[in-house]
Design a protein around this ligand. Structure first.
Ligand code: ADP
Ligand code: MG
Ligand code: ZN
Length: 635
């Protein structure tokens, strides 16, 4: 039975395990600091105390004293006059005076007349100068030392105020038990052994068995790893020390390592107990030898953790648990025997598991008669425990908003729809919208296949990508093109209008989905007329100044050249004609090929993405291979 030891004092926290010591741990610069301090104090004392007390008097009084013959000595400086007065009656000590000098051309004559011993003063600025230099320097040195102290303080040094931050809070009475966990039965079973060990350590150690030191919980986010670790502590009724990996990694070198030491020192006192490091990957990433700066702190912390784990006697009854959802980035040293050698997989729950988790989280929720958790579980494929907890909450909120007496199935259905949409990070399109998009994209693809000389269609998709794009048709160029013929450009125009045309052919109605297509088509048509001289009506004349980097590239429109209003109207008419003709061409192609348009759209609706062999078969394209990659005939 491990007996609690007394709290170790600062000295015993020396690295008994031989972990690397931080570089800035020493307090060697202190003598320098004291020397500077002494110099400063001396200067201040000299400036303000050793100098005899000086009376500051107005200039007029100085003049009258001078005329009365009271002044014995005077030092005339640039800005001030200082000097000595005769001692007061009955005293021997001469008095010092100081006055602000004003412009007085007769001063010297009067000093002579009064027989004063006078001299000019070379401005005596050394003291202010020195202070001007010295004070900022002292401040900087002070700040520097402050940070050094902070770091050494974290080492358990004299000024250990950083230690208070490293204070780790142990939860003594964890209320979570295995009854609060469901759907991860295998993981739970593996951990029951740990619970038993924590409850009766003697039973295990007396037989000389090796007790696991570290248990690593591995699994996707939200599957209940943190929950499970707490449940182990709750079941075994032992204190639970928990820290997140990112909390160890501090800005100052050495602090993280000090925290690890602190954590283990405290855990030893409280044994039997559980030390839980959440998000181990934050500090346990693979160490990069000779990495440029930056990782020093994390690696030191990791080294300290490894050292502590090695130096720890498991019979003391401290179990180290950790959780990660990225085991692949962990430093292999962490997974070696004697460290986190036991790994427990915490996976997403299956349908039965989801039902059980839902049952746990609906314990406090008033459910309507019609709620069947089995059906909810069946509809939530891919949900982790945290998602399910969230779902129950969402359903309860929805029901409350509708003033229902209890949470009914409709609320669950709606909550599922919301969460699914949120989980897939996309807004779900309505069936009608999906049909329109499917026809639109099929239209692009069919026109592109029917017009000779264009790049073959590679992929069609109606899966929303990012913001705005509802679907896309991808043409892969068979070769890098430096030139495009007029026929190529006209064909490209038809392809761009294929989407809009398909909507017209299939639904007799048009949508806003073609906006970007029309913009690009107009751009091309205008460039054909005004830049490439491809319009018979306007002739082979360029109407633009400057030039595009390459055709079809969307960017800033070129400057408008100098041409008449008449020409401008002609250009507009020509652009309109080109786009209009392309539109008609696309419509003709799709009307003639209506059967294939329907077929392609139906298949796209069903599969969402078409590519490869299947797409080629549907479009009647040749097999993939060298022949398909040969240059398409131009013109
Ligand atoms: P992880 O640490 O794996 O990311 P958490 O343990 O933080 O996941 O889970 C977050 C919350 O989700 C928990 O507090 C609990 O309410 C719920 N939860 C997750 N998994 C389960 C589970 N298997 N059984 C019951 N509740 C769960
Ligand atoms: Mg967690
Ligand atoms: Zn389109």
């Amino acid at each position: 039975m491990p007996t609690p030891k007394t709290q170790p004092d600062a000295n015993s926290r020396e690295p008994r395990t031989g972990g690397r010591r931080p570089r800035f741990g020493s307090r060697r610069p202190a003598p320098l600091w004291y020397a500077l301090l002494v110099v400063l104090v001396l200067l201040v004392v000299q400036a303000y105390f050793l100098v005899p007390s000086t009376q500051t008097i107005p200039y007029s009084q100085f003049k009258s004293l001078l005329q009365q013959g009271q002044v014995t000595e005077a030092v005339v400086g640039d800005e001030t006059i200082t000097g000595t007065l005769k001692p007061e009656d009955g005293k021997t000590a001469p008095r010092q005076f100081q006055t602000t000098r004003i412009d007085d051309p007769k001063l010297v004559e009067e000093l002579d007349a009064a027989h004063v011993k006078y001299s000019g003063a070379a401005a005596n600025h050394w003291l202010p100068d020195l202070l001007g230099w010295f004070l900022p320097l002292a401040v900087f040195v002070g700040i520097w030392l402050f940070f050094l102290r902070r770091m050494s303080g974290a080492q358990g040094g004299v000024m250990s105020f950083a230690r208070s931050k490293a204070k780790i809070y142990a939860e003594d009475d964890v209320k979570v038990s295995f009854a609060d966990v469901a759907g991860i039965d295998e993981a739970e079973d593996e951990l029951r052994e740990i619970v038993d060990f924590l409850k009766h350590p003697a039973k295990y150690t007396s037989l000389g068995g090796r007790i696991p030191k570290g248990v690593l919980l591995v699994g996707p986010p939200g599957t209940g790893k943190t929950l499970l670790a707490r449940a182990v502590a709750g079941e075994a009724k032992v204190p639970f020390f928990s820290l997140s990996g990112s909390e160890f990694v501090e800005m100052f070198v050495g602090v993280g390592a000090a925290r690890v030491r602190d954590l283990f020192a405290q855990a030893e006192v409280k044994a039997p107990c559980i030390v839980f490091i959440d998000e181990l990957d934050a500090l346990g990433k693979v160490r990069v030898p000779g990495a440029f700066g930056g990782h020093e702190e994390r690696e030191q912390t990791l080294n300290q953790l490894l050292a502590e784990m090695d130096g720890f006697d498991p019979r003391k009854g401290v179990i180290i648990m950790a959780a990660t959802n990225r085991p692949e980035v962990l430093d292999p040293a962490l997974l070696r025997p004697g460290r986190f050698d036991r790994q427990v997989l915490v996976d997403k729950p299956d349908a039965r598991g989801r039902e059980a988790i839902l049952a746990i989280h609906t314990r406090q929720v008033r459910l309507a008669e019609d709620v069947d958790l089995k059906i909810v579980a069946a509809r939530t494929v891919g949900f982790a425990g945290a998602d399910l907890a969230n779902l129950v909450n969402e359903a309860a909120l929805l029901a409350a908003r509708r003033d229902r007496k209890a949470v009914d199935m409709a609320a669950f259905e709606e909550a599922i729809d919301r969460l699914v949409a949120g989980l897939e990070k996309k807004r779900v399109m309505s069936p009608k919208e999906r049909r329109i998009v499917a026809y639109h994209e099929s239209g692009h693809a069919l026109v592109a296949t029917s017009v000779p000389g264009l790049d073959p269609v590679h992929k069609i998709s109606i899966v929303q990508r990012g913001f705005g794009a509802l679907g896309y048709t991808m043409q892969l160029p068979v070769e890098e093109r430096y030139l495009m013929t007029r026929a190529d450009l006209l064909g490209q125009l038809a392809v761009l209008l294929g989407g809009r045309s398909a909507e017209e052919v299939a639904f007799g109605e048009i949508s806003t989905g073609a906006q970007n297509d029309l913009q690009r088509a107009t751009d091309i048509a205008r460039a054909m007329v005004t830049e490439y001289g491809m319009s018979d009506a306007l002739g082979t004349v360029s109407f633009e100044n400057g030039h595009r980097s390459r055709f079809l590239e969307v960017g800033m429109p070129p400057e408008r050249g100098a041409y008449s209003e008449e020409t401008a109207r002609l250009i507009d008419a020509e652009v309109k004609r080109l786009v209009g003709e392309a539109h008609q061409r696309a419509r003709d192609i799709l009307t003639a090929d209506r059967a294939r348009l329907d077929l392609l759209s139906a298949r796209l609706l069903e599969k969402e993405v078409l590519e490869g062999e299947e797409l080629r078969a549907l479009l009647g394209l040749p097999e993939a291979g060298p022949s398909a990659a040969s240059p398409a005939p131009l013109g």
